[in-house]
Ligand binder design. Sequence first.
Ligand SMILES: Cc1ncc(COP(=O)(O)O)c(C=O)c1O
Length: 365
Amino acid sequence: MPKWSMESWLVHGGRPPVEPGQPINQPIEPASTYYAGAEPEYARDGTHGMQALEEAMGPLEGGEAVAFASGMAAAGAIIDLLPMGAVVVAARFTYTGVSVRLRELNDIGRIALRLVDIADTEAVIAAAAGADAIWVESPTNPMLEIADIPAIRAGASGLLVVDSTFATPLGQRPLEMGADVVLHSATKSIGGHSDGLMGIAVTADADRAAALRFRRTILGGAPGALECYLILRGLRTLSVRYDRSQASALVLAERLGEHAAVERVRYPGLKDDPGYERMRRLMSGPGTMLSIEVAGGAEGAERVARSTDLWVHATSLGGVESLIERRRRWPLESAEVPENLLRLSVGIESVEDLWQDLAAALANV
Ligand SMILES: Cc1ncc(COP(=O)(O)O)c(C=O)c1O
């Protein structure tokens, strides 16, 4: 990490050289190929736009960053590093897309998958005996469970991958806790404006970073020029967006906990949440995401999601606008996720407006 704090690095990292006449922002560079004789040569191998984003992201996690076309492209490249038949331990509530992919690979014999309760450290360590990789997501999407990353690292060998999308680099630093690779869907809070897809993998091992870069070249998951610009621009304001959304998430979680139509709130910032103690120990704060289970089952939850004015009924998360959705509306979502669970991504609107709108929608159940 350079001499400045993370907040300042977010603003200044990955800019063009400080020289008279240089633009202060990395320009959008629409080129698939370059005049021969210097790097870069071809856009799938890396561009100036990718390099700028990677330069900004790497120090935030304490490693070398590799940018991909989406979080799933980054996840696919990481999985592709594993040997044939690799034993992979993963959380049963891993993000749907990753979960589906791991199961597909298990079914064709490419990997052998062992699913665990990621909050149960002893079970994770037991399952990790002889494993090639442990795929941790923390907090988990959409159940908001917190993994004890240092304890898992201490008790298990194998490649430790941490999907830290919900936490962002401001919420937790997995490489410092012993992870080998950190994964972000930068589509979410890092980009922050729901206007571009991006994935970022960060590792402190130079050989592994080179291998990931080669996976990007060979699998073709390279991000586009406009996306590199948009996501880096979004990164500049991450700390103010994250702080505000997190503060609002805590207010909303506390109020939702008192609401008659809410059966359960899942948010590691609540003192009675199972993840509270770990959040305090391992994270800088509980983050911007929460889930609630509402009265009236799936139908009640759908009614709430469809009757808000300010909260946007849409999938995804981490944008400036608050989003709400019933996760089980997706056929591929785990059947263990409650039917009446609504995932809330808290944006930067007025918290009182957000509460008023949500309370009005909850009055429908
Ligand atoms: C935790 C997590 N990881 C990975 C992904 C995949 O990212 P992307 O949609 O950018 O491919 C998502 C998407 O929702 C996610 O929530």
